[in-house]
Design a protein around this ligand. Structure first.
Ligand code: G16
Ligand code: MG
Length: 214
């Protein structure tokens, strides 16, 4: 049986990828190269420093660690400025309705995000009160596909991994769920998320009854 759902944030509950993208693009342009939306696909679900390393690789730029830390901070300051204007209209279609339905059925809800800015996003969109546990980038030391973020979530909920379902838009997130011993629902295309137990284009129209059939 399923007693808990763990949600990734960016790409599942909200579309913050576009804000990450414009902040990374701004940084790339400052460094003298372009950064396309296709390049940005490689950063989804990846931690901030790992994202910077991919970006620098795309630009063919080598920098020392101190400079990289400063650039990551600069990008983050821009990103925080962009997301500080977010509100509940930016919750992705069907996400709030599905979470509300889970709560009504007594199914626990947790967040499992790589972002260190997750609390700001949850507060601005009004989602915070729905979560029984929140695991974000400030609480983890291992990035997805390491299962840590979801293992910690299940532990905080007091739920066995076998009773958890993870909702993820990133391939690394689906792998993390599998390694945590959990079932998973991919949000996006089955081309990249084929390893998930079920793939949906979005949470719109998804029901608790369909979840329980997994
Ligand atoms: C998100 C995004 C990633 C981002 C990461 C770290 O993760 O998908 O693109 O690089 O968080 O974000 P921050 O720089 O805010 O700490 P998730 O796990 O919510 O998809
Ligand atoms: Mg994601």
């Amino acid at each position: 049986s399923i007693t808990a759902c763990l949600f990734d944030l960016d790409g599942v509950l909200v579309d913050t990828a576009k804000y990450h993208y414009i902040a990374w693009k701004r940084l790339a342009n400052e460094l003298g190269f372009d950064f396309t939306e296709q390049d940005n696909e490689r950063l989804k679900g990846v931690s901030r420093m790992a994202s910077l390393n991919i970006l620098l690789e795309i630009g063919g730029v080598t920098l020392d660690e101190i400079t990289k830390m400063a650039l990551a901070e600069k990008k983050n300051a821009w990103y925080v400025e962009y997301i500080s204007n977010m509100d509940k209209s930016e919750i992705l279609p069907g996400a709030l309705e599905f979470i509300q339905a889970l709560k009504e059925r007594g199914i626990k809800v947790a967040l499992g995000s790589a972002s260190k800015n997750a609390m700001l996003i949850l507060n601005n969109t009004g989602l915070t009160p729905y979560f029984d546990a929140i695991i974000d980038g400030t609480k983890t030391s291992q990035a997805k596909p390491d299962p840590e973020v979801f293992t910690l979530g299940a532990r905080e909920l007091g739920t066995e991994p076998e009773a958890c379902v993870v909702f993820e838009d990133a391939e690394a997130g689906i792998e993390a769920a599998t390694r945590a011993g959990m079932r998973s629902v991919g949000i996006g295309s089955s081309e990249t998320l084929g390893q998930a137990n079920l793939v949906l284009p979005s949470l719109e129209g998804f029901t608790v009854d369909r979840l329980l059939e997994l």
